[in-house]
Write a protein that binds this ligand. Sequence first.
Ligand SMILES: [Zn+2]
Length: 662
Amino acid sequence: MKKTWMVMAACSAIGACWPGAYAAETAQMVGPAFPDFQTVAQVRQACDTGLRAAQARVTALEKVPASPGWIGEYDAYYSATEDAYGPIGFISNVHPDQKVRDAAEACDLRWQDFFTSTSQNAKLYRAAKASVPADDIDRETLRQTLETFEDSGVGLPPAQRAKAKQLSNRISLLGQQFEKNVRDSKTKVEYTDEELAGVPEGVLKAAKRDAKGHALLGLDYPTYYPVMERAEKAATREKMWRAKMNEGGAPNLKLLAEIAKLRRDYAKLFGFDSYADFTLRRRMAKNTANTTRFLDEVKQAVTDSERRDIIDLREAKAKHLGKPLDKTTLDRWDVAFYTERLRKERFTVDEESFRPYFPPEESLQFVMRIAETMFGIKYTPVQAKLWHPEAKAYAVSDAATGKPLSSLIVDLYPREGKYNHAAVWSYRGGSTKTGRVPQAALVVNFDRKGLTIEELDTLLHEFGHSLHSNLSMTRYAVNSGTSTQHDFVEAPSQMLEDWVFDRKVLKLFQDVCPTCKPVPDELIEKARLAREFTKGSMTARQHLYASFDLALHTAGAPEPMALWAKMEGDTPLGYVPGTMFPAGFAHVAGGYGAGYYGYLWSLVVAMDLRTAFAADRLDPAVGKRYRDTVLSQGGQRPPELLVKDFLGRDMSPKAFFDYLAK
Ligand SMILES: [Zn+2]
């Protein structure tokens, strides 16, 4: 049984992890309404009822004999359990009431235990193995289903099978605690107004104050980035940066160390030396050797440009402080600040200056309009009672036929106790066989004053994940949308990443907001050039994250903090003693274990996909072909074939390495 897919944004280069005008809302959500979780009692009741019904379905499924239709019966069971589990697995990340979040987390663990037991169910496994697929889609779905059973330990001797279950449950529990430590952290950094010189006024105004009148700043993105990019005083940035680097704290380092060891022990039960070997054999990358070779190639391609970037930033710092270059060292907390200064100086681009052009609600409508133009679909706001008044629901329909396709929920702004990164939860998969429609939730944390162009890009990236979910037309729910291979899943989102730097695309903003001032063409061009400018160091940082994650999941399962200090220590800017970045690296503790390289791997695919849109990013004919051959296919065909269907040729890394070499 697969768990609900959650796709997170990547971590940023400076060490942090990230990532209206419509008619009255009278229509309803496409598919079921989101369950009403206002109280702990409601969560507990939904949990008990859902688990009881799921167990009854397993018992019924055990009686279904092997046959070509078995996979359809399995998918019916999958769909029913997903409806009970999906919303509860998600709500712990966004519900405003901590007690409800805690109840949802407790329920989540019970579901994880149930999923492991079901995946170890020998009766179901035997029926799946003996079933003869009717065609390629059934064959692929059966193959993946068998792998899920096998990777859960169904084929192990009883004692080892029990051990696999115990390890799996423990890893779920520790991963949950890790995320909770980050999400529920109430860290505030205390500043005098003088220390905050250079920081945009809006951040100061919004800040809570203590009895002494000091500003108390949180680590949420709308606060963190302006401080890192704008605070004139290095000590101010250092204080904020250190607080961010210590997010999760020592308890999370212990959790991560244990998770890595348990994963290694898990892999050993299956005869593998490392968790990387165990997990990569199911990915596009196939094995650790291929992944390492790829990461080495990336490293080689960016080493020089990273070094050049650092020289540029050091020079900027020396100039700013009026110090000789040889007496100037660049610190980690200088990177964002001097990058911003250089962007302003060379390209006269100021990220903050974009906010008035991109108000949040209109930005959401803008990315919807891009999708409407490219893919022939339509978004309509609908009435829905959700976990917070600021969360909004939309129906997605086919523009040509008016056919309702799916639903999307969007939660735009930060608040205490909310997941603080950017991610999409595809909590309900679709199935053309049963007419079941997909549903997804997009969660981000934007500044109410408006978005920078980089944030608009982040929104479009996440929106790409929601499109992957919403436009899925797979036969089975188990393959729906983002339920594809982990090193492919980012590609459809990354493909859209340079769309917002295209004039023609940005013109759509005035369609959704005629009163919004258009961004001047030259500003877009400058922003595009400015973005290119640090690609060496940005890619090098992604390379470091990916290499760390892979090394953590090798046979030795090394202690995370020592490993990180060594690996970051080998980079040009070195490691800063006392910091503990891995404590906040939720990707690695969660579903991206030995999978972070997937961001770079998918980017290779994304850049190749992008070549088809070179002439016109909004071309509806190419968009339709892409929707039909890639997005709608979810995981029911291998990614290599989807790309080939769309491009008419085999996949190529050329566009990616050309981009890095430019
Ligand atoms: Zn993503």
